[in-house]
Design a protein around this ligand. Structure first.
Ligand code: TRP
Ligand code: SF4
Length: 400
């Protein structure tokens, strides 16, 4: 079994393009071999900004899942599901909202940023303000240990950690906790119990982080502990309470530098994208008509690759040899731009070919996709249900 659990979500707000592939999906595909992974369609998140265009969301959900599968996300390795099919996310979001200070949400950098950027829409809504908390619920409900994010989402993970801490502080102190924890310590056996206590003291009295890590490692090795005792012993290490919601780590992923057709970052809002499964004719035409170094007007004018968006694509798609001969040919007017673009066209097409083929399988038999997601929804609900049991109990909500 894996020690780490990764969670990541993507909003269904349009078709995916090669920027998503190079920036996010390749990373998911690598991680699915190394960790337990849960990937979900964040349809409720999409509603926080697209509440006035639900039809876009509906259309995008299945296309997006097909895009994931086409690029190599493997349902045998990762659990794929749809957020709104796991209503426990909403329940946890609601319960966490009771303890979330408004100021924490208002201070979120993404809140003001996006409100200012998306001026065409009224985003002074309750849902939009609360979306980082919905994200926290997404993460905490699976007790994810790691969340891959770009720089801009780091504050959301930090916020999630603070919410978890606050929750544990408020609800993790069941009466008689210390006594129960002491009993659990005894169950470790005298030698390990002594070591546990010594490490706990070193952490609590001297803030020795290495002692904390050593104690956690000691607990990780204990196969025979019950789940309750294990949680108690983890909670007891750091102070008072039980850890009901565990704090995730941000896993910083390098920002995608995937250039678009105009040299700016590839992004739907710049209309400079190549979609993941775009047909060959269209891809060829888009690249053939890409702008080049503006100073290279005639075939006989030498060019400067640094001023050409095609060159940026060569950085992603071409090997050292090709790049050298292209740079040489450009600066000496030895090659024309059409000739220069051909290796990029070939590379993009050959990257997309297996994706289109894999997608065809699912397009021909949509039941395949529905089944993959139905399976994933079920697995996710089971995990979410376990956390919700603990949360309800901790909050005193488990009366019949
Ligand atoms: N907020 C992310 C975005 O807007 C999507 C998302 C929602 C997410 N919940 C998440 C990502 C949980 C990681 C973990 O793209
Ligand atoms: Fe750009 Fe290539 Fe033309 Fe040079 S030869 S301007 S790099 S497309």
């Amino acid at each position: 079994m894996f020690a780490d659990r990764i969670l990541s979500g993507m909003r269904p707000t349009g078709s995916l393009h090669l920027g998503h592939y190079h920036g996010v999906l390749k990373n998911w595909i690598r991680m699915q071999h190394e960790y337990e992974c849960l990937f979900f369609v964040a349809d409720w998140h999409a509603l926080t900004t697209h509440y006035d265009a639900p039809e876009i969301i509906e259309q995008s959900v299945w296309d997006m899942v097909i895009d994931w599968l086409a690029s190599g996300v493997d349902p045998a390795r990762a659990t794929l599901f749809i957020q709104s099919k796991v209503p426990e996310h909403a329940e946890l979001h609601l319960l966490l909202s009771m303890i979330t200070p408004l100021g924490w949400l208002e201070r979120m950098p993404t809140y003001k940023d996006q409100q200012e950027r998306l001026t065409s829409k009224d985003l002074s809504t309750y849902g939009f303000l609360g979306y980082p908390l919905l994200q926290s619920a997404d993460i905490l409900i699976y007790r994810a240990t790691q969340v891959p994010v770009g720089e801009d989402q780091i504050p959301h993970i930090e916020f999630t950690r603070e919410i978890a801490r606050r929750f544990n502080h408020l609800y993790g102190r069941d009466p008689g906790f210390a006594e129960k924890a002491e009993l659990a310590v005894k169950k470790l056996g005298s030698k390990k119990a002594r070591l546990y206590k010594e490490l706990r003291n070193r952490f609590q009295e001297q803030g020795d982080d290495e002692a904390l890590e050593a104690a956690k490692a000691l607990l990780d090795e204990q196969q025979s502990l019950s789940l309750g005792d294990r949680e108690r012993l983890f909670g007891y290490l750091e102070g008072g309470g039980k850890v009901i919601l565990s704090e995730p780590q941000a896993m910083l992923t390098a920002a995608s530098k995937m250039p678009g057709l105009d040299g700016q970052k590839m992004s739907k809002s710049y209309q400079n994208t190549i979609s993941l499964r775009e047909d060959e004719m269209s891809v060829t035409k888009k690249i053939r008509t890409m702008p080049t170094d503006p100073a290279r007007i005639r075939r006989t004018d030498p060019g400067d690759p640094e001023r050409c968006p095609v060159w940026a694509l060569h950085q992603v798609y071409s090997d050292e040899n090709t790049r050298q001969s292209v740079a040489q040919g450009c600066t000496t007017a030895g090659i024309g731009c059409i000739e220069c673009k051909q290796p990029v066209i070939d590379a993009v097409l050959s990257e997309q070919r297996p994706m289109r083929e894999r997608a065809q399988l699912y397009l021909d038999d949509p039941a395949l996709v529905r089944n993959i997601i139905a399976d994933g929804n079920e697995k996710a609900r089971k995990l979410a249900g376990e956390t919700m049991r603990d949360v309800r109990e901790a909050m005193g909500l488990n009366y019949a």
